[in-house]
Design a protein around this ligand. Sequence first.
Ligand code: AMP
Length: 462
Amino acid sequence: MSDYHDFDHFGLDPRIVGAVKSMGYSTPTPIQSKAIPIVLAGRDVMGAAQTGTGKTAGFALPIIHRLLPQASSSMSPARHPVRALILAPTRELAEQVAENVKMYVAGTPLRCATVYGGVDMEPQTQALRAGVEIVVATPGRLLDHLGSKNTSLSQVQVVVLDEADRMLDMGFLPDISRILNQLPKERQSLMFSATFPEEIKKLAANFLREPVLVEVARRNATADNVQQELYRVHESEKTGALLELLRSRELKQVLVFVNTKIGCRRLARELQKQGINAEAIHGDKSQDERMKALEGFKQGTIDVLVATDVAARGLDIVELPAVINYDVPYAPEDYVHRIGRTARAGASGLAMTIATGAEDRAVAGIERLIKRTIEVMPIEVRRAQRGERHERGRERDREVRGERPKPAAPRRQAPADDFFSKPYEATGNESETAPADDEAAVPVGAGKKPAKLAALLGGSKR
Ligand code: AMP
């Protein structure tokens, strides 16, 4: 199943192959090698893969190929019904998936539109009403458009739930159910998730028909090509350590992670004061501001993007050279997600973590999860100014007292924002050993009732 070494051998339409080649893809990633033939064959898929593995092309290319015979050059909206629906948890991820899909369909008459909350509905309404075959959407806003009869899902042939675990974490299950109820029963369904808590297994059992399980890399394995380093410092030295790392390594395009929105704002401001082109990206920023920051970062006008976990999730930045954990994440799984931002699609990367004594337990939890010790590196830091020490000290006091941000009740209008300060919830299955990269995709549930999938996703496979 993994013997597809280039994009010419899948039997994909030459326009699609031309598009990916012009984007610089020469070799399919493992998930693409596995998923493309299965999706082309019309099978349902349960994909165990994180963002950064190339999964978007893994599902989008074969979907586009399957839609092409019906593609029409007519201007009539009726000739461009929604045929593929991709649901994503956040606006950023929806944008990025759509950005890729638009490039894949560039040489074809197929159209792609993005639909997400927090921005004016009107341009989305116009795009939907003009007719569009592929819609990438966050659930809440899509329901708003369906309620306004701006589009219809009655001709959808394939649906994708991307980052399904995050969607459920964000409280989207009722919205997803309402959307799925509007789809034709005869359809192809794909679901991608990085983790497999009970609710995901249940959703998969209800939503997928005799799915093929496509799995790449161990669920919580950290990419082997990410160099991981730990810098132990005093609380008052954190910012100094960060500045030292940025300067001594001459780092540009660095994603710096913090645990709180307030910390995010404060650190970006502090870096700016030090003459560094830094921007904060978190839930209190408008969609426009976030997209602008991301664009600036991609263009190289912003060198350091300071982000909270959810703000950063799904950020599509190819070959990001380094990530720095200014705060050790509360949940070990977030560490894996964070360092997954670097070394994407085969590039090598560097992940540096700045830790104080108060974060020792969190570091130990990470090391247990990733089953390795992170190398402690020496660092010489000038002590921070008095004021800075005072301010950070107070924040740390609050954290030590357990006053970390509480998960807010999910709200439909601003889903991403609600989740920004919520630590990742462990699934209890995290340390299971899953197959390595080179294992072939395994059909599961073939000839069995879909309910069996739940057990199979837990680890045992045929
Ligand atoms: P994804 O996991 O789909 O978000 O993809 C991560 C990044 O890798 C995206 O920027 C893709 O454009 C890029 N990418 C996907 N497939 C390939 C490939 N076969 N070769 C090189 N880059 C790729």
